[in-house]
Design a protein around this ligand. Structure first.
Ligand code: PHE
Length: 451
């Protein structure tokens, strides 16, 4: 058997993990949530949720993954042989594949929009944008073709392996992504009337803070940091023994947060400058922004075309680096547990997610009337994963790390054999063992009670 691959350097680890974390969650979900749940007040709750609840889960997954040195299922088997914990391993193989299937549909939308902006379709007097989004997502073939292109790109990168595929791609793309979004921020802030957008992001409205807002902040922190679904665990299993788990966790969380805030400043001022109400969900990015590019385009058409290209390229790259982390979880499982060659593992996962993705895509069109618990398939899977599977997975990972693994093993991993972060071990272990699992329970029970 070929030896297990590792990421080559600290930079590579951080870029891969940040690549997983930074995605559609930052670009459309975060700015919209901020507005919905009280602006800066929500950001404060989100920060707390990130650092005292989500980060401990990040450490728990990292510790389990690097100690187990295997895929999620294999790590559970190694660290708790013959116990029911292997089901957690299986659950966290399944959930990222489900997320991949509908995430790839949205990834496909960004492919389509990038092509459209390259064709100058969002600029000039004859821009064909009115009603385009609704028409596009409800049609049969175009979104399926775009989804196919997207998932094929993901498969191509994952096929290249951990080092040549994932590491190379994320090492190049993540710095580019930051440059792109910073360009967008400058552009957005320079628009007349941008001030209202800034106020929307920074003015706290504490009256909107509720149990729901706290649950939303927590769910957003999980989704945004890719927690509870085995992606961080799997990536951590490729971290070399001498790397510092604390550094990679804090660096990933900080860059994820920084990017979310940049994305907010890139989007909201433009939305307000154009006098458009901040819409919800994917609509904000795909429905509203093309209008803005067009309006701005009356003065300097090529500039607005360029901004549109940069914008949709940003979304595409961010979605790709996240999607590859979702696919890698299942690929690691199939190749290590089922001993499949990598190409076959990639093929199986791709075909599965592709087919489920097609159904999700059709659920905006011909299958719109097929409802599961009141939602179309796309929304059902999204809610199932973000509201239930991620928090459940995150909760169980902390319980596993805090209560099932021996304290000595956890100490050994977190401190690299007693050589690093020794002073921080006690507080972090406390967070993993008590604070994070109880905190997750409290937030969920109260959100259920008050909903
Ligand atoms: N963190 C990614 C985003 O913000 C989504 C993701 C969720 C990636 C779960 C991997 C696993 O878009």
């Amino acid at each position: 058997m070929t030896p297990r691959e590792n990421f080559g350097s600290r930079f590579a680890v951080i870029m891969a993990m940040a690549g997983s974390a930074i995605g559609l969650g930052n670009i459309w979900r975060f700015p919209y949530m901020v507005g919905e749940y009280g602006g800066a007040a929500f950001i404060v709750v989100y920060l707390v949720a990130c650092f005292v609840l989500a980060l401990p889960i990040f450490f728990a997954e990292s510790i389990i993954g690097r100690r187990g040195r295997a895929d999620t299922f294999g790590s559970m088997q190694k660290l708790a042989p013959g116990t029911g914990w292997r089901w957690l391993g299986l659950l966290t193989v399944l959930s990222p594949i489900i997320i991949l299937s509908y995430y790839s549909v949205v990834g496909g939308w960004s492919v389509e929009y990038l092509f459209k902006s390259l064709a100058f379709d969002f600029t000039g007097p004859d821009a064909r944008i009115d009603g385009f989004f609704g028409h596009f997502i409800s049609s049969v073939w175009e979104p399926i073709i775009a989804h196919t292109l997207f998932i094929a790109l993901v498969a191509g990168i994952v096929l290249g392996g951990v080092k040549k595929g994932i590491e190379t791609f994320t090492k190049i793309c993540m710095p580019v992504l930051f440059v792109l979004v910073i360009v967008l921020v400058f552009y957005s802030l320079s628009l007349p009337g941008a001030g209202k957008g800034i106020a929307y992001l920074v003015k706290p409205d504490f009256s909107k803070l509720s149990a729901q807002a706290a649950a939303a902040a927590l769910g957003q922190a999980f989704f945004s940091l890719s927690l509870g679904v085995g992606t961080i665990l799997t990536y951590a299993s490729y971290i070399r023994a001498d790397e510092n788990i604390l550094t990679s966790g804090v660096a990933t969380a900080a860059s994820d947060l920084f990017f979310a805030i940049l994305a907010g400043f890139a989007i909201m001022p433009a939305v307000f400058a154009a006098g458009i109400a901040p819409g919800t969900g994917p609509g904000l990015v795909f429905e509203t922004l093309p209008f803005i590019f067009n309006r701005m385009g009356t003065a300097i058409p090529w500039l607005s075309a360029l901004v549109a290209i940069i914008f949709f390229l940003t979304i595409l790259v961010a979605a790709l680096t996240s999607a590859i982390s979702m696919m890698e979880v299942g690929v690691a499982y199939l190749s290590e547990e089922k001993k499949l060659p990598r190409w076959r593992a990639v093929l199986y996962i791709t075909v599965f997610a592709w087919v489920v993705g097609i159904l999700c895509s059709l659920s905006f069109g011909p299958l719109a009337n097929v409802h599961i618990l009141g939602n179309n398939l796309f929304d059902f899977l999204d809610k199932l994963c973000s509201n239930w599977m991620l928090p459940l997975g995150g909760f169980l990972f902390t319980v596993f790390c805090g209560w099932k693994m021996s304290k000595a093993d956890v100490y050994d991993e977190f401190t690299n054999g007693g050589t690093k972060n020794r002073n921080l071990f006690r507080p972090v272990y406390f967070l993993i063992r008590y604070f994070a699992p109880i905190g997750i329970l409290v937030v969920f029970v109260s959100a259920l009670l008050f909903s």
